[in-house]
Design a protein around this ligand. Structure first.
Ligand SMILES: NC(=O)c1ccc[n+]([C@@H]2O[C@H](COP(=O)([O-])OP(=O)(O)OC[C@H]3O[C@@H](n4cnc5c(N)ncnc54)[C@H](OP(=O)(O)O)[C@@H]3O)[C@@H](O)[C@H]2O)c1
Length: 517
């Protein structure tokens, strides 16, 4: 267990640098106000920021969707959502009343250009009555197919531009951003026609997670790790995002996506880039994002004819998790009985640059796996010569540094220690740092962090246009290769197991194993 320096901050939310930066007054538009993401994530995050006094005075929300609601209906819907996703008591009393005063609603068909004039009129009214000064944050929590129409219609009615040169207008766009290289490039072109790139905040909530940001601090604020953070000392890296859940009623969405699009193209490649970047010249958004793009450009593409060698896909069949019998993917609602969508994927990537030459990065993600856990684990090379005999060191493994992204965020270092006793015997032990116990407070939700960053104009943790295109450039040939292989090839795994056996073979061929999590 690692204890905290007595001089260190005890509550980063209250005392960190964040509170020194207060956002300017603003109005936030939520496109998709009646949707799942708004209820489960966006509104609970805004309410938490409000509660912690991190939102500016007069902060207002204009919810927009096609449901025929009045403002009071929207407030009722949000009240219910907070009761469900925060706590039954959250949406009661003066705090809720004060928050609810800032919520407004406009019914709108996103495709109907003409009705955007109504939105513009309501915006003026809210800006004036609430004193928000004309700064606008637009959050697109909508089906991705509508993004093009929305940005165009916002542009036509003048809502894509700042009201005056002193104001700002920013837009947050949810994933998935495109479904392959061509569509992502086209979408970038459409968005950048109406919004300058500095106004665009493509969100990936993994980047808002405390542990992911801590990878940068860990690497660049400590003297001891960076000198060994390269191919001279590192044997390989494993990045895992395992879920126990299935498609949770979102079968129609998942049929179009699959694990490679849903997890690897965005979350896991973003985590990988953070772990691998060169030291940026500063912690400013463009410096960090410039270094990330270099990593993506250095990742060796997996060509369509190489997918058999470098990737494994799988689909879950029925099985058991925590004693509960679960149906297979093909029996989930809105999933075709003939579906060949992958619910599991593992890939082996190489980064062809000076630092990472020859180091394999094994990346895996799947649904209905035995445990919910996301982590990045760095395995170090073996020592050059073992002084101790095999029997003394029979339980000694390579050093592993694992950074847990969720749950139980923290860092763990595995190393060899002498077993107490008269003889020299070595066992692997762990040195653990846990956010919860060291800082005495839970990390803020990723959406809170990211929404606040956007209000503050800090794009460091958002994805730039070139970055999204580069990641699709890596993913699209894999889909092409799978198509060439034919869909009959998709291996199955029982729900509650760690993916198909082919996934183990991917590492066994290199004399390695997946970590047991
Ligand atoms: N849910 C999550 O956990 C999650 C996580 C990560 C990313 N995302 C992303 O976030 C986005 C939204 O996801 P979601 O799960 O919230 O979707 P959802 O529940 O289906 O909500 C979609 C929203 O868009 C509105 N809408 C759809 N078509 C419309 C139209 N023509 N005119 C006006 N409103 C329209 C719907 O309003 P009406 O119902 O009133 O028509 C609804 O408010 C997606 O890009 C998704 O990939 C979601």
């Amino acid at each position: 267990m690692i204890t905290l320096d007595a001089n260190a901050l005890t509550n980063p939310l209250k005392e960190g640098t964040r509170t020194e930066r207060t956002p300017e007054p603003c109005t936030m538009f939520i496109f998709g106000a009646s949707g799942d993401l708004t209820r489960r994530k966006i509104m609970p995050s805004l309410f938490s920021l409000f509660k912690h006094r991190l939102l500016p005075a007069g902060f207002s929300v204009i919810g927009v969707s096609s449901t025929e609601w009045k403002t009071d209906d929207f407030r009722d819907a949000i009240k219910k959502a907070l009761a469900e996703f925060v706590s039954p008591e959250a949406a009661q009393g003066p705090l809720w009343e004060s928050f609810a005063q800032g919520l407004f609603y406009q019914t709108l068909d996103f495709r109907d250009a003409v009705s955007y004039a109504k939105l513009a009129a309501l915006t003026q009214e809210v800006d004036q009555s609430r004193g928000t000064g004309g700064n606008h944050l637009i959050y697109l929590a909508t089906p991705p197919s509508l993004i093009g129409d929305i940005v165009k219609n916002l542009g036509m009615v003048g809502l894509s531009k700042p009201v005056t040169p002193k104001n700002w207008t920013r837009i947050i766009i949810e994933k998935p951003f495109g479904r392959d290289y061509d569509s992502a490039t086209q979408l970038n072109r459409t968005v950048n026609e109406y919004f300058k790139e500095r106004q665009v905040y493509r969100i990936d909530h993994y980047l808002g997670k405390e542990t992911v940001q801590n990878i940068l601090v860990f690497r660049f604020a400590n003297e001891i790790f960076e000198p060994i953070w390269n191919h001279n000392y590192i044997d390989h890296v494993q990045i895992t995002a395992a879920e126990t859940v299935g498609v949770e009623g979102r079968g129609a969405y998942y049929e179009e996506a699959g694990a490679l699009r849903d997890m690897i193209q965005n979350h896991l490649l973003q985590v990988l880039s953070v772990a691998c970047i060169e030291p940026p010249s500063s912690f400013a958004a463009e410096s960090v994002r410039d270094e990330k793009i270099k990593v993506f450009r250095s990742i060796r593409p997996i060509l369509p004819e190489q997918v058999g060698q470098f990737t494994v896909r799988g689909q879950y069949s029925e099985g058991v998790i925590s004693g509960k019998r679960l149906i297979g993917y093909k029996d989930e609602p809105s999933v075709l009985k003939t579906s060949t969508t992958e619910t599991y994927v593992a890939c082996k990537f190489f980064i062809d640059n000076w630092r990472w030459a020859g180091v394999p990065f094994y990346v895996r993600s799947g649904k209905r796996l035995p445990k919910r856990v996301s982590e990045i684990a760095v395995t170090f090379k073996r020592i050059p010569h073992m002084l101790f005999s095999n029997t003394m060191a029979d339980q000694h493994e390579q050093n592993v540094l694992s950074m847990r992204i969720q749950p139980d965020e923290g860092i763990s270092l595995k190393f060899g220690a002498k077993l107490p006793g008269q003889t020299v015997r070595i066992r692997s032990v762990n040195m653990d740092f846990l956010y919860g116990s060291s800082f005495g407070s839970q990390s803020a939700d990723a959406y809170e962090r990211l929404i606040l960053d956007c209000m503050l104009g800090d794009a460091t943790l958002f994805i730039r246009n070139d970055s999204v295109e580069e990641t699709w450039r890596l993913i699209t040939p894999i889909h092409e290769g799978w198509k060439m292989q034919g869909d009959a090839e998709i291996p199955k795994y029982s729900a509650g197991t760690w993916g198909p056996p082919e996934s183990d073979h991917l590492l066994e061929r290199d004399g390695r194993k997946w970590r047991r999590l």
